[in-house]
Design a binder for this molecule. Structure first.
Ligand code: NAP
Length: 345
């Protein structure tokens, strides 16, 4: 533990619109807003009580104005932090765009993150919810991260065990630190194995590779296939504002899964190592009648029912009304509770 070297602070601005900084394009203003481009700038904000750490704003529902301090993480940097016989260790500043960082590692010839191409957001946010896609979670490629403890101003390193990764979960979420801004992630190091194996079993990915006539894909080919599948299914926030998957995929006990399968024979079930069974939230939402359906200016996307979109002019109130309506109908039809994935501010 050591304090980061103090650097010139980016002075906070007052009453700043956050609409450009959230991918749902919801309105809301920050009482104070600072763009953080170097670790040392954080020291100036130790002791600030109401604070929110903003990355790419792709997992955020703004419910209105926020009267605290928003720290917008924009620390840059991509480096090879080390290499040994087993792996390359690639480091990203917390503000690096996640997709661009993944493409950079692939261009350098370091495979391992290809399945996570095109997930929106920043590198610093990736470990917080242990982002994952197409059978790979970032925790599997994670080495360590550096964070500033906003109580003491000291830099703390978290290794893989300390992050306590779970399904779209980590110690940062479990302890609520992502809401209170207790630890601000400044950089993340990934361990990219030299003995690489493709992960390409998911139906969408396997189908795309088969269509391209690729039987033994390399990492670049997997990335290209993932990008193609995602572009087809998921809306580009620049054209249709959204926050990616809006609900977590629920996990239920085996008895509940079996009862549901009896009532709904085509319900997809994914047994988990812990004995529970994962359900596809998108399937439940579609069968509850919400795929492509709107409530006011917000709706559930027509090509992917799990994505909530802002059709134009929606506010946080509209998003919450739609979220509750979808939750209510899924509960009524399946008896399953859907938990939203984004953070509400
Ligand atoms: P999809 O491929 O249509 O799959 C729907 C659901 O089925 C997901 O819950 C997925 O689990 C599960 N599933 C499918 N094939 C599976 C298999 N072979 N083994 C175990 N589970 C399987 O999902 P999608 O909505 O189009 O999204 C594509 C991928 O991007 C998914 O992996 C999704 O989780 C991921 N994604 C991640 C984030 C995030 O990290 N925040 C946001 C958006 C999408 P999983 O969800 O466990 O993969």
């Amino acid at each position: 533990m050591c304090p980061p070297a103090p650097t010139e602070s980016s002075a906070p601005r007052e009453n700043v619109s956050l609409a450009p900084f959230n991918t749902l394009a919801l309105p809301g203003r920050a009482g104070r807003y600072a763009r953080v481009t170097a670790d040392g700038q954080l020291v100036a904000f130790v002791g600030d009580r109401r604070r929110f750490v903003l990355g790419g704003g792709s997992n955020l529902v703004l419910t209105g104005d926020f009267d605290g301090l928003v720290l917008h993480m924009a620390i840059p940097g991509r480096t090879l932090a080390g290499e040994d016989a087993e792996a390359w260790y690639a480091r990203a500043g917390a503000g690096e765009n996640w997709h661009d960082f993944v493409q950079w590692t692939l261009a350098r010839g370091w495979p391992g993150l290809e399945n996570l191409s095109l997930i929106p957001g920043t590198a610093g946010a990736a470990p917080i919810q242990n982002i994952g896609a197409y059978g790979l979670e970032v925790g599997e490629r994670f080495h360590s991260l550096a964070a500033v403890d906003m109580r003491s101003g000291k830099t703390v390193d978290f290794d893989r065990a300390a992050c306590r990764f779970g399904y779209r979960d980590s110690v940062f979420k479990r302890e609520g630190w992502h809401l209170t801004g207790r630890f601000v992630v400044t950089g993340v190091t990934f361990r990219l194995p030299k003995r690489w194996q493709p992960v390409a079993d998911y139906a969408d990915l396997a189908g795309e590779l088969a269509e391209r006539g690729i039987a033994r894909p390399d990492a670049r080919q997997i990335a290209d296939a993932v990008i193609a599948v995602r572009r087809r299914k998921l809306p580009d926030p620049a054209r249709l504002p959204n926050a990616g998957s809006f609900f977590q995929n629920p996990r239920v006990d085996a008895g509940t899964a079996s009862r549901l399968r009896t009532a709904f024979p085509d319900l997809p079930l994914y047994p988990q190592p812990d004995g529970r069974v994962k359900l596809a939230a998108g399937w439940l939402i579609e069968r509850a009648g919400w795929k492509g359906r709107d409530l006011g200016p917000a709706g559930m996307y027509e090509k992917q029912a799990l994505t909530l979109v802002n059709r134009g002019g929606a506010t946080g109130v509209d998003v919450i009304a739609l979220m509750r309506a979808v939750q209510r109908d899924v509960r009524a039809r399946f008896g399953v509770d859907l938990t939203p994935e984004p953070v509400f501010l």
